[in-house]
Ligand binder design. Structure first.
Ligand code: 3EB
Length: 339
């Protein structure tokens, strides 16, 4: 049962669909299930993330394409691609993470090899889910070790700080690491946030190697533009604002997302206004609050598809993080009008 895609011109799209486990349709690039009691799947397009959902009936994140989709397994990766965009994922069990820095670097180098081999060398968007992300003190914290390994891999490419993908890094209660990602044949543009120090320039107080991600990645396709907004939190400059205050962190996060949207529009004015196609909200365990989702809807719009997940945010004083896919289609409309 393929739901009809709204005709916003994009050749592939993200939707939130009631979580189901029936066989995937041909047009699916990926289906990501979120929850703690998930069954293992054989289809390389299926991904399980061990984060409980909150705030509604469980949904899956489903990426569908209008173009023919090819899929398979390679070097332990499940992947699918449609000639324009590639989706892939990798799972490492806890036993493979005894040296987390090296394991992360190795995983990221393998991703790079996979993407080159399949002909989609341009990283757009990374999602990283790591067990016990806040365990360990100081620079031995698992998030910081992950960051170091990711940096070690990405920094091998000259000029890497100008081509960083958008990203999310969230902690799970189960061990191990799952990474899933989108990549393209041609690069997107890296967008930074004028309210925030770029994460790759954070001072060493946040870890020996700065987190290698961009605040957003803007990808222009034939008929639409996608803005992949990284996990965004209540960080201004490089500092956490409003520690301990979930709703104030939400308002600050919203200001950060607005600033980023402004930056993206200034970068590509012809794209037209960006609208939120889907958002994910991550809440630190123990900080769920019934006032949160109504406020999210008030800030980001009533109709926005929302997926709410309970997981550890990588900085200990952050209680919440929001990521999203934003779409703009004006440039294709004006291009058609001009034709
Ligand atoms: C921040 O602004 C919050 O390490 O990949 C957000 C999104 C954060 C991605 C990552 C970290 C990452 O620093 C934390």
């Amino acid at each position: 049962m393929a739901p009809t895609l709204p005709s916003d011109g994009c050749s592939y799209q993200l939707s939130h669909e009631p979580d189901a486990h029936e066989t995937l349709d041909h047009d699916v690039l990926a289906r990501i299930h979120f929850g703690t009691h998930l069954s293992t799947a054989q289809d390389p397009r299926e991904v399980n993330i061990a984060l409980p959902q909150t705030g509604g009936a469980p949904v899956a994140e489903v990426w569908r394409s209008r173009r023919p989709v090819e899929h398979g397994w390679s070097d332990g990766f499940g992947y699918a691609h449609d000639g324009e965009v590639l989706f892939g994922h990798l799972r490492l069990e806890e036993g493979e993470l005894t040296d987390l820095v090296r394991a992360t670097a190795h995983a990221y180098l393998r991703i790079d090899l996979l993407l080159r081999r399949l002909g989609y060398p341009c990283w757009l968007r990374m999602w990283n889910f790591l067990g016990h992300i806040n365990h360990g003190e100081g620079d031995a914290e698992r998030y910081r070790q992950f960051s170091q390994g990711r940096h070690d891999a990405l920094a091998r490419q000259p000029g890497f700080e100008g081509r960083l993908p958008a990203a999310t890094a969230i902690g799970t209660q189960e061990g191990g690491m799952t990474v899933y990602f989108l990549a393209a044949r041609d690069p997107g543009a890296q967008i930074e946030n004028p309210r925030q120090v770029s994460a790759f320039r954070y001072p060493p107080t946040y870890g020996p190697k700065s987190p290698s991600f961009s605040r957003a990645c803007l990808k222009r396709w034939a008929d639409c533009s996608h803005l992949f907004v990284s996990g965004t939190a209540s960080v201004v400059g490089h500092r956490t604002l409003h520690p301990g205050d979930l709703l104030a962190q939400l308002d600050e996060t919203h200001r950060n997302v607005e600033a980023l949207l402004g930056e993206a529009s200034a970068f590509e004015p012809a794209a037209g206004p960006f609208r939120a196609a889907a958002l994910k909200v991550y809440i630190r365990p123990g900080h769920e609050d019934p006032a949160l989702l109504p406020r999210v809807r008030q800030l980001f719009g009533d109709q926005v598809p929302l997926l709410c997940l309970v997981g550890d945010i990588c900085r200990r004083d952050l209680l919440l993080e929001i990521e999203g896919l934003f779409t703009a289609t004006a440039h294709s409309a004006s291009a058609q009008a001009a034709a």
